[in-house]
Design a binder for this molecule. Structure first.
Ligand code: UTP
Length: 459
């Protein structure tokens, strides 16, 4: 696109401020900014933002309670066998979405680098990667690990693995790729600059992962390697059981195309997506889209009608993702008001706003669920599998995440009847290289220790 056409697009989308600014720039600088706008496919971006900016559309006609495979109510043995079979045949890959900006945590590096384990201060990436290596050993296969980054954190993530990650797992088995970036606009509808000559962009949400997998050749790679399913999880949850054979077996046996782990919500307003049936289709609805009266409504047993929240742990069938990404996948866009640091043309400085000043567009991975021929929900237990690192303090914080890790391993020790010197004081960390699950832990622990000291690390 020539400069003239870009200016036309800007004019048509009321970007007078930017047009005026462009006129003040020297030729070389102007060309750089024009090139930046062109690369961002700005015309298409305006089509998307204009369509999605005012989200007043009715989201559903009918919403119903979903069926959930609940803990203690399904045939664990049967599913486990099926799942183990798929793992030992090497049909399963692992996929970490790590392209987010981690703005709430306020850590200056990719969130996966955050040192979170309570004793050795292992990073989130190390914990996940060691699990991949350990599960590979346990099920006797060499898993492929896919890691999605975004332009803001890609290089630092890859360098981190090249520097120290090579000790955790074979780097040839780890596939990094970037998701797409989208520009943002401020509350007046103007494009935002992140510096003098760069349009501000942000990753397009974890929903962008599906097209990113396809467009970066990862789906083809999975198919070539005989991978039929991938275990999807977020970088910020160190408790995830990445290779749960029961969950996997359920997915395969029930011929699901996408399966999601859910758990009873802490309260009606917990900020997690909610499992439901929307207009006849299995779905997850964002908490903010579920009207308050429905979020608080009880069923005939006095339990919340929409009781189950999604914790972003999914199994996807590769064929399903291949199909929907080949068919021009268009997930909806969700609008989020965010605080976006911006370059101020007038003062020539970067301003960090105190309040949200901009609009970001994000896609959510769970919006692919209604596209599946069959999708299922499986209940898990919060303290076994969910301790996300989202905030500096308070709920889902550094402290609760570290405590969550230690608490899980203390539970394993107690279930194995090992006594503590002082249970409240004890901090425990078990490397996946020692045990990938409670079963393996129970079979080994008695040979290692009879009493738990106040600090225990096992590898
Ligand atoms: P969150 O929605 O918690 O966002 O992401 P975040 O970016 O990590 O943190 P905040 O909201 O800025 O504080 C949940 C998971 O989805 C990934 C994140 O890396 C995290 O694993 N994610 C999110 C992406 O991979 N890409 C995105 O565009 C957004």
């Amino acid at each position: 696109m020539e400069e003239r056409s870009i200016i036309e697009v800007l004019k048509a989308n009321k970007q007078e401020k930017l047009i005026k600014y462009l006129k003040t720039l020297a030729d070389e600088e102007r060309n750089k900014l024009i090139e930046n706008l062109e690369k961002l496919d700005i015309e298409n971006y305006f089509k998307i933002i204009n369509k999605n900016r005012d989200q007043t559309a009715i989201l559903f006609n009918k919403i119903e309670k979903p069926f959930v495979f609940e803990q203690g109510k399904c045939d664990i043995k049967k599913y486990k066998k099926v799942g183990e079979n798929a793992l030992t045949k090497g049909q399963v890959a692992f996929f970490i979405v790590a392209g987010g900006q981690g703005s709430r945590l306020g850590f200056e590096h990719p969130k996966g680098l955050y040192p979170i384990s309570p004793i050795l201060q292992k990073s989130l990436f190390q914990i996940h990667t060691e699990k991949v290596a350990a599960f590979g050993k346990y099920y006797d296969f060499s898993p492929e690990l896919f890691i999605m980054t975004s332009s803001t954190n890609h290089d630092e993530t890859v360098s981190f693995f090249n520097d120290i990650g090579k000790d955790w797992y074979d780097l040839n088995k780890i596939h990094f790729f970037k998701q797409r970036d989208l520009p943002s606009i401020d509350l007046n509808g103007d494009l935002i600059l992140s510096d003098k000559l760069t349009i501000f962009t942000a990753p397009d949400g974890h929903g962008g992962s599906l097209l990113a997998l396809k467009n970066n050749g990862m789906i083809d790679l999975m198919k070539k390697k005989g991978i039929k399913y991938f275990s999807y999880f977020q970088v910020d949850n160190p408790l995830i059981n990445i290779a749960d054979p029961v969950f996997l077996g359920l997915h395969i046996f029930e011929q699901s195309e996408v399966s999601s782990k859910v758990l009873p919500k802490r309260s009606p307003d917990e900020k997690v997506g909610v499992a439901c049936i929307i207009d006849g289709k299995t779905s997850i609805i964002e908490y903010s889209d579920l009207p308050k009266d429905l979020a608080e409504k009880k069923d005939e047993n006095g339990r919340l009608l929409f009781n189950f929240g999604s914790i972003a742990i999914h199994i996807f069938s590769v064929d399903f993702i291949d199909r929907i990404t080949t068919e021009n996948l268009q997930l909806p866009y969700h609008v989020a008001n965010k605080k976006i640091p911006y370059y101020d043309y007038e003062t020539n400085t970067i301003i960090k706003p105190e309040k949200p000043n901009g609009i970001k567009l994000e896609q959510f991975v769970f919006d692919a669920i209604p596209m599946a021929k069959n999708a299922i929900f499986y209940e898990t237990i919060r303290e076994d599998e969910f301790a996300p690192l989202k905030n500096k303090d308070g709920e889902d914080s550094i402290q609760t995440c570290k405590e969550g890790i230690s608490k899980l391993f203390k539970k394993w020790l107690k279930n194995s009847n090992i006594n503590f010197d002082n249970e409240n004081k004890a901090i425990v960390e078990i490397s996946p290289l020692f045990a990938v699950n409670e079963e393996q832990f129970a079979s080994k622990i008695k040979n290692y220790l009879t009493k738990v000291p106040n600090k225990l690390y096992l590898e």
